[in-house]
Design a binder for this molecule. Sequence first.
Ligand code: SAM
Length: 303
Amino acid sequence: MTNTEKIFTFIDGYAESAQSLYLEAIIEVCNKWINGEETPKLSEDVTKEEIRRGVQLAVLKGMKQNAQPHHQMTPDSIGLLISHIAEKLVGEEQDITLFDPAVGTGNLLYTVMNAIGKDVTASAVEIDELLVRLSAVISELLEQPVRFLVQDALRPLLVDPVDITISDLPVGYYPDDDNGSNYEVMPVEGHAYAHHLFIEQSISHTKPGGYGIFVVPANLFETEQTVKLQPFLKKKTIIRAIIQLPSTLFQNKAHEKSILILQKPFLEEKTSPDVLLAQVPDMKDKQAMARFLQEIDIWAAEA
Ligand code: SAM
């Protein structure tokens, strides 16, 4: 068995026989693992990615049993692509700070932190208390330093501006119009789109020169609220890339997503570099993927 399989078997064995909810049982057994009370038998060279994947398999199983449609974990197909982009944008820089305002299980955040590797710290927000406890215990197992806030991320946040904000944004209407009206992207009538508010909130917590990498609906610029989003993006950000994800990753057209990459300009910045408009090929086609990643690398080197 691989380390990943051993970790899944260890957690699953505990969770299946526990009296509590499967996701709660994952938290319990991970705490036992951290305290050394019960541990899986792993090879000495076990990596953070093997641990993340092993725990992720158990979390996926727990999420299915719990039927949490609004809390879907970011799949590795998307997480690994975002990690590659983030890693290239970081380059040789040290002491990188990250922020995920909708961290969920943390799978996306930890994939990126593991990829960056060196001296990376993060802040994370999540409204669901169970997911924060789950995410926090996984961060401890992975020895990834993350500061968590359990709250509505669209309320004022005590988070210092970071180098890169990454997030698989919650999509849909934000019901709190009073709070929504604190944002430039709030429409004149009706509820705002939560994902638009999240983009604005994220940019205000990103350093000048820093990046925002977001998983967004593929039709982001095709809705009636685009008239509010576009002027905001033009005034406060530089759109660096829009990368369409393969439709095969999604159940139907309405759920298709893209990756939007924004940069927060320095005050004096006047020029707008070209926007990378790309389409991720069939991920099973290794040659096409290699060509696509090469295109990303060239773009990131010029960024
Ligand atoms: N990247 C995450 C992962 O790998 O597990 C998945 C993120 S999921 C697509 C979006 C998350 O946003 C959900 O966990 C949801 O609970 C959270 N969320 C929704 N509205 C929120 C809000 N107003 N403030 C904070 N978190 C929120």
